[in-house]
Design a protein around this ligand. Structure first.
Ligand code: ADP
Length: 187
């Protein structure tokens, strides 16, 4: 049973690493960004509400995201563990998650914090070229990360959950460091 949260700025490689790690072990990769992008492409009500925030690089309001995560974590495949990517993204979401997990007798094992320099972030995101990856939106997403998401580093540090990993290395090297952390957990 492994329950992980991946934390890091946009462009830190969270999504890439989360996919690799969840593929190597047997727990689902739950990416709120992927869930929202799918809703946008399907034109659902959620997608329509979320799109303007995403295009600007703002977080979508908590009331749109909390229920999604609650529902996803109650699906059968999440019973044996999970990897959250892109959630929580602010202290309110982290607090919500904590009480949600409390209520179902779960706790997250580790928060893996990918550390990457600002230069690499901008370079990687410009190369990725997603719709919300133009320079102005990238700068805004970084600002949102610093103001709203970075405080989670202290939040999880104080709960003895945080493990920081240097993300300024090759995909394979970062994966090896992350696997070392996962393997060190009692399964
Ligand atoms: P990145 O890899 O660049 O961090 P994500 O795929 O995680 O991007 O998220 C893309 C966008 O989706 C965010 O900029 C934000 O608008 C929205 N989003 C994703 N997860 C959350 C969340 N937990 N809370 C609020 N908004 C979110």
């Amino acid at each position: 049973m492994t329950r992980l949260i991946f934390l890091g700025p946009p462009g830190s490689g969270k999504g890439t690493q989360a996919a690799v790690i969840s593929g190597s072990y047997s727990f689902p990769h739950i990416s709120t960004g992927d869930i929202l992008r799918q809703a946008v492409s399907q034109g659902t009500e959620l997608g329509q509400k979320a799109q303007t925030y995403m295009d600007r690089g703002d977080l979508v309001p908590d009331e749109l995201i909390l229920g999604i995560v609650r529902d996803r974590l109650s699906e059968p495949d999440a019973k044996t563990g999970w990897l959250l990517d892109g959630f929580p993204r602010n202290v309110e979401q982290a607090t919500y998650l904590e009480s949600l997990l409390d209520g179902i007798g779960q706790t997250c094992d580790r928060v893996l914090n990918l550390q990457v320099s600002d230069d690499s972030i901008v370079k990687r995101l410009l190369e990725r070229g997603r719709k919300d990856d133009n320079e102005e939106v990238i700068r805004h997403r970084l600002q949102v990360y610093r103001q709203q998401t970075a405080p989670l580093i202290d939040f999880y540090q104080s709960r003895q959950k945080l493990v920081s990993v240097n993300g300024d290395r090759s995909v394979e090297e970062v994966t090896q460091s992350l696997k070392a952390v996962v393997n060190s957990l009692a399964h």
